[in-house]
Design a protein around this ligand. Structure first.
Ligand code: RB5
Length: 149
């Protein structure tokens, strides 16, 4: 059973201050935040952090995940390898809204070297404030997971 209103947040070393700022921003919106680090800016490996965050979502411990690396791409690829995860990289608010409304994304990835903090916050807001529309979109989302088997 998914714990509602809980979000896991993680990153690699690319921009820990941005990840922490996003965590504070999300908490201020009323979400419970599980920030799984890393804490220091020592060089690390994005696949590890993407997988760890994705497993918190796939297990139901967290409703959503927000992950950050330099481009947002590598950590997104790692997260999407975990069964049940639908993660998109967003550099604009339209995409952030649409991955919830049409794709029922449960994770959002942001490129810290692509967008600034203000836009990152707007992207997070667009993602969290949007609702999955279901209907024909549910049919299509249901077609994604069997393709993994
Ligand atoms: C780290 O330098 C960088 O490669 C990583 O943050 C990310 O952009 C990979 O996709």
């Amino acid at each position: 059973m998914t714990t509602s209103k809980r979000i896991v947040i993680s990153s690699d070393h690319a921009d820990i201050p941005l990840r922490q700022a996003i965590a504070e921003h999300v908490a201020a919106k009323g979400w419970e935040v599980t920030d799984i680090g890393p804490v220091t800016a020592e060089s690390t490996h994005y696949p590890k952090h993407g997988k760890e965050a994705a497993e918190r979502v796939a297990s139901g411990e967290c409703q959503f995940g927000i992950i950050v690396c330099g481009t947002g791409q590598g950590i997104m690829m790692a997260a999407n390898k975990v069964k049940g995860i639908r993660c998109g990289v967003c550099s604009d608010t339209f995409s952030a809204r649409m991955i919830r409304e049409h794709n029922d994304a449960n994770m959002l990835s942001i490129g810290a070297r692509v967008v600034g903090k203000g836009l990152a916050f707007d992207i997070v807001d667009a993602f969290l404030d949007a609702k999955f529309e279901g209907g024909r979109h549910a049919t299509r989302v249901d077609m994604i997971e069997p393709a993994e088997d």
